[in-house]
Write a protein that binds this ligand. Structure first.
Ligand code: ADP
Ligand code: ZN
Length: 624
């Protein structure tokens, strides 16, 4: 049986007395974590692993994977060994567990030898409930022998998709994890991931030898996240407006494709009064670690990052994830947006996307290394992403369908549900555009990009037009019925639908086989009309989003509690959320408990936290 150290926490005997293991798990959930009930599949997973079974767990980011191995590790005898690639975050994970009264340690390359020896001794003596291990440790015989000397209650393999060679997070060290089963066949293993396409699943099962494991596929819907994709004009201004209108003072992640735009965007936000830090692989290790630590520890900081940022960031109160560039795949998009709102409170996944994104990504695929099959794969990923962007139906339904989950109707919490876009018959517009491309293609050796084409359609004369005598083309000016931005929308959508292609370094537009069907075969083209104004949710401007549904008087209490939390976290050198999550503070502000017993009924307030922080909370409440 695992144990918790702090004297004020429950006594392990208390658990041993319960008549079933299921009862023991409930008690741990309640007393250690302060939660009332398991969510979704959690209960079934915990029971299965507590009973010694192997499990493969597919759950979206923020779905609650950690409890699936933490609770069994506390219920079963011995130490739960967690294999995780997230070395930089191990300290925070251990801190968060310690705040709950759980005895945790880690072994990785960032430690001094004597620190490592201490943890090893604790492990052997059974003085830990959980041990976090970097995967490369398992390649050394010394680690194997260490594990033999203690008692392992279970192996948890976090971020299990890292074993997949075709995924984007492949870690060679993960391949060595098959040894776990060979060497300790009696120890249950639980592999967890949020990347869940069929192909990845099969690869995990095969490489980790999990054929006999029970599979748990959770509901992938993250209903608290609002999905929005808007046309891109000036991305940085749009972002600023979005943050000011909907997320002032909130923590958020902004994703950009290049290091350069990361730097620029972070500087732009800072200049305009939004605290923001950059994060990308080009920064030196120290600055990067510092920025990450600030993001985790401070309230309301925005991090502008390349996709190098985020795996394993389990900060629960990230209120928005913004994409200023198009992600390369729906998997990537879903993982990245999933980092918003792990605490279940309302959050936004917001993206701007435009013609250049499509052109740029297609070019990148064309010039990418690897064989034709590989390029084809990238192409398919991009097509799925584009289809999501251009859809006139519910975004959530599309996303879930991509992960094999069928839903009915519309979700009511995405832009297409909130402001249904119209679709229009774009056949004539498409024909005008495609016949212009056709004419230009006939001029051998001369290839032109979207801007030039649109100028021809609009009948705009400029030196380049005159130089090539394009004002003499019959199509010159035939598209004056649409505006410049509308034409860009047409080009973008034709590209997305494969009715137009882009080639070469300069983003030259060319016809495809399918273009012929539009030009000569009478094929109809449906296009999405951009809503005149992007969705503006009626949102309270009075405070951070997490407090959105509180009564005005309670918002002040919530803010007061946040101040207390910030000071406490700083004093103890831990991230604010390790003290309490926003969700717990919000519930406290609404309930206004008068004593410790009442405070203990709030979700997220377990016994250890009650003992450690209870008086501080009550004193803060007494002040307002
Ligand atoms: P994942 O690892 O799947 O991304 P986490 O394990 O970080 O998700 O959990 C996401 C959030 O949900 C955390 O803030 C966690 O405390 C909370 N949570 C998980 N399970 C429960 C539960 N049964 N009741 C209440 N909150 C929960
Ligand atoms: Zn919807």
């Amino acid at each position: 049986m695992g144990r918790v150290t702090a004297p004020e926490a429950f006594s392990p005997e208390g658990i041993a007395d319960t008549d079933s293991e299921s009862g023991a798990a409930q008690q741990v959930l309640h007393r250690v974590f302060g939660y009332d009930s398991f969510r979704g599949e959690q209960g079934a997973i915990v029971d299965h692993v507590v009973a010694g079974g192997d499990a493969l767990v597919l759950m979206p980011t923020g779905g609650g994977k950690s409890l699936c191995y933490q609770v069994p590790a506390l219920v079963r005898r011995g130490v739960g060994v967690v294999v995780s690639p997230l070395i930089a975050l191990m300290q925070d994970q251990v801190d968060a567990l310690s705040a709950l009264g759980v005895r945790a340690g880690f072994l990785n390359s960032t430690q001094f030898p004597d620190e490592r020896r201490t943890v090893e001794a604790q492990f052997v003596a059974g003085e830990l409930d959980l041990l976090y291990l970097a995967p490369e440790r398992l390649r050394s015989e010394a680690t194997m022998q260490l594990l033999d000397r203690g008692t392992v209650s279970l192996f948890a393999i976090d971020e299990a998709h890292c074993v997949s060679q075709w995924g984007h997070d492949f870690r060679p060290d993960y391949l060595a994890l098959s040894v776990l089963h060979e060497r300790w066949p009696q120890v249950p293993r639980i592999a967890l991931t949020a990347t869940a396409t069929e192909k990845t699943r099969e690869e995990i099962v095969q490489r980790l030898d999990l054929g006999g494991a029970r599979r748990f596929v959770a509901d992938f819907d993250r209903s608290n996240i609002q999905y929005r994709i808007e046309p891109k004009n000036r991305a940085d201004r749009q972002l600023l407006e979005f943050i000011r209108a909907e997320h002032p003072g909130d923590a958020g992640i902004v994703y950009c494709l290049s290091r350069n735009s990361v730097e620029k965007t972070a500087a732009f936000l800072t200049e305009n009064g939004v605290s923001a830090v950059p994060y990308h692989a080009g920064l030196d290790n120290r600055t990067r670690a510092q920025n990450q630590a600030r993001f985790l520890r401070e309230d309301g900081l925005v991090v502008v990052a390349t996709i190098a940022f985020g795996m394993g960031i389990d900060k629960p109160d990230v209120r928005f994830v913004a994409h200023l560039d198009l992600p390369k795949s729906v998997e990537g998009y879903y993982q990245e947006t999933g980092r918003a709102g792990r605490d279940g409170l309302p959050s936004t996944a917001w993206m701007v996307y435009g013609l250049n994104d499509v052109v740029q990504q297609r070019k990148m695929i064309d010039s990418s290394e690897g064989d034709a099959a590989h390029r084809r794969q990238l192409q398919l990923h991009l097509d799925a992403m584009l289809a999501l962007c251009e859809t006139v139906s519910c975004r959530r339904a599309r996303l879930l369908a991509y992960f094999g989950q069928n839903t009915t109707g519309s979700c009511g919490n995405c832009d297409t549900c909130l402001t249904p876009p119209e679709s229009w018959d774009g056949t004539v517009a498409a024909q005008k555009l495609l016949s212009t491309v056709l004419r230009l293609e006939r001029e051998r050796g001369q290839r032109f990009g979207a801007g030039h084409l649109i100028d021809i359609l609009l009948g705009k004369s400029n030196p380049k037009i005159v130089q090539h005598a394009h004002h003499e083309l019959t199509v010159f000016g035939v598209g004056a019925d649409l505006r410049d931005t509308e034409w860009r929308g047409v080009v973008r959508q034709l590209l997305a639908q494969g009715l137009l292609a882009v080639r070469g370094e300069y983003g030259v537009l060319t016809l495809t086989e399918a273009s012929d069907e539009v030009l000569f075969g009478g094929r109809e083209v449906r296009l999405r009309r951009e809503p005149e104004r992007a969705v503006k949710q009626a949102r309270s401007a009075r405070g951070p989003k997490a407090a959105a549904d509180l009564a005005p008087a309670d918002v002040a209490i919530f803010e007061k509690l946040r101040e207390w939390r910030a000071a406490t976290a700083k004093e103890q050198g831990v991230p604010a959320y390790v003290v309490f999550h926003d969700a717990a503070l919000r519930d406290i502000a609404a309930l206004k408990p008068r004593d410790l017993t009442e405070l203990g009924t709030v979700s997220g307030v377990g016994e250890n936290k009650l003992a450690r922080y209870g008086e501080g909370v009550l004193a803060t409440l007494a002040e307002v």
